[in-house]
Ligand binder design. Structure first.
Ligand SMILES: [Zn+2]
Length: 477
């Protein structure tokens, strides 16, 4: 193991991340620059993320559908902010079946336009509203600087697109889905995100208002982890989505869109990981418990595996893996599963068989501190309890880390210093000039205007003018 150890997280965070993604077999580089191959272990993690979100989407009344990958180029041009925002990142298909196409096709960077087009056909009356559709799919944005999961040319995500008869209802939907994202991130992934609003400068191209959940990574940078947009009537007007209201008058609908992507795999890695590798929250971990049998000879092996098989049966409701590899030592296996972030490890040797116990090791507490011996009786109940404890302690640790590295700032000097190695939380007058000055001089951007705001007003940390809202400034991925 030692010859291919991970780089230290504190010394070279960026290399630690890159190598961990490869070594844990989450993803690999594709032959096309900037694309990624999601490997089975990474995809299993994504599937658990999908399930956690999809369940919540359905509980809030949404249904899934699938829209095409290719979009006529003219569609993108119908909403002028939208096309301005996405033009530099578009992949365009000009030849199909050996012929130059009459109209070039865009590989979708997002689907507001094509879905807007379809909604204009489907929505005729107030009785057709609301429309609450989500799609799971992939999109392409021609990014120049890419990193596995965090920013890739093609990525996987879900995009929800809804249409409503009133602005209030659409705004309510936008906030509801932001809360769904926050609930998932906090309770399933143990990532303590801050929900808030994006500034004018940082909002989605074509939106009236954008909301985001922002997470602090282990290097104290921010990662935008999910966004929800109130689109007003911008796309409804561009695509002529109209309905007859209760008074039989024609009106444009109000739409929303919201997205959550494989980028969040990066958030999980960078929120919880340590020098040994990944630490996966039990609720999303592809493998929750790994059992490593320990024996020196065939006689011991027979007895140990008999116990292992019985315990495997009792733990069948968990995502479990028995590591029966013969070619590597138990020590190697311990390191290997630690690197892959499995939350709990059970070791069973001849002594454990004799005593009716097992050794249990928690991934979130390395070494002796995380090790305990528990009786084999009622093992399932004990594992359930321990997994819940790991889940909540990961969230607590990440939350304390965020709190400890978020600092109130009252002056520009303070702000500029804090954002070099943490989040700055301070009053902001809302002007684009102050925002631009911070970005230019410190590389930090406004991450979000947290929904949870203090009473009253203060002085802008940048210009000193009166300000009515507090904002988080941070350097971000
Ligand atoms: Zn200001």
């Amino acid at each position: 193991m030692s010859e291919d150890k991970l780089p230290s997280r504190s010394e070279n965070y960026s290399e630690w991340y890159n190598q961990l993604v490869l070594k844990a077999e989450l993803a690999d580089y594709a032959p096309v620059r900037g694309c990624m191959v999601v490997r089975p272990y990474g995809w299993a993690l994504w599937e658990n993320i999908q399930q956690g979100l999809d369940r919540r989407f359905k509980e809030t009344g949404h249904v899934n559908a699938a829209f095409p990958l290719l979009i006529p180029k003219s569609f993108l041009e119908k909403e002028k902010e939208h096309v301005k925002g996405f033009s530099p990142e578009l992949a365009v298909v000009t030849i199909g079946g050996g012929e130059v196409l009459e109209e070039p096709l865009i590989v979708r960077p997002t689907s507001e336009t094509i879905i807007g087009y379809m909604y204009s056909k489907w929505i005729k009356s107030y009785r057709d509203l609301p429309v609450l559709i989500n799609q799971w799919g992939n999109v392409v944005r021609w990014e120049l600087r890419t990193r596995l999961f965090l920013r890739t040319l093609e990525f996987y995500w879900q995009e929800g697109h809804t249409a409503h008869s009133t602005a209030d209802e659409a705004e309510e939907e936008t906030r509801r889905m932001l809360n769904v994202y926050a609930d998932f991130a906090i309770n399933d992934a143990a990532v303590p995100v801050v929900p808030g609003m994006k500034s004018e400068k940082e909002k989605f191209a074509g939106a009236v208002r954008s909301y985001t959940i922002e997470a602090m990574m282990g290097d104290r940078r921010a990662l935008q982890s999910g966004t929800s947009h109130f689109l007003g009537q911008n796309f409804a007007k561009a695509f002529d989505i109209q309905f007859l209201d209760w008074n039989n008058e024609l009106q444009h609908v109000w739409t929303t869109s919201w997205g959550f992507s494989t980028r969040f795999v990066g958030a999980i890695i960078m929120t919880h990981g340590d020098d040994q590798g990944l630490i996966l929250p039990p609720k999303v971990a592809p493998i929750q418990v790994v059992i490593v049998p320990i024996y020196k000879n065939d006689a011991e092996k027979g007895r140990v595996l008999e116990t292992v098989t019985r315990i495997e049966q009792e733990l069948k409701n968990f995502r479990i893996k028995i590591d029966v590899r013969e070619e590597v030592t138990p020590g190697y296996k311990f390191n290997d599963w630690e690197m892959r972030g499995v939350p709990l490890r059970i070791e069973i040797g001849p002594k454990d068989v004799e005593k009716g116990t097992v050794a249990l090791a928690r991934r979130d507490r390395p070494g002796r501190e995380g090790k305990s011996f528990v009786p084999q009786a009622q093992i399932a109940a004990q594992i359930a309890e321990m997994l819940a404890e790991v889940q909540s302690s990961l969230l607590e640790r990440a939350r304390s880390f965020r709190v400890a590295n978020t600092h109130d700032v009252t002056s520009y000097d303070e702000l500029a210093r804090v954002v070099q190695d943490g989040w700055a939380y301070g009053w902001w007058c809302g002007s684009a000039e102050c925002e631009a000055k911070v970005k230019e001089e410190t590389k930090a951007t406004t991450r979000c205007i947290p929904l949870d705001q203090p009473e009253g007003s203060g002085k802008c940390a940048v210009c000193g003018e009166t300000a009515s809202q507090k904002v988080i400034f941070a350097r971000a991925y």
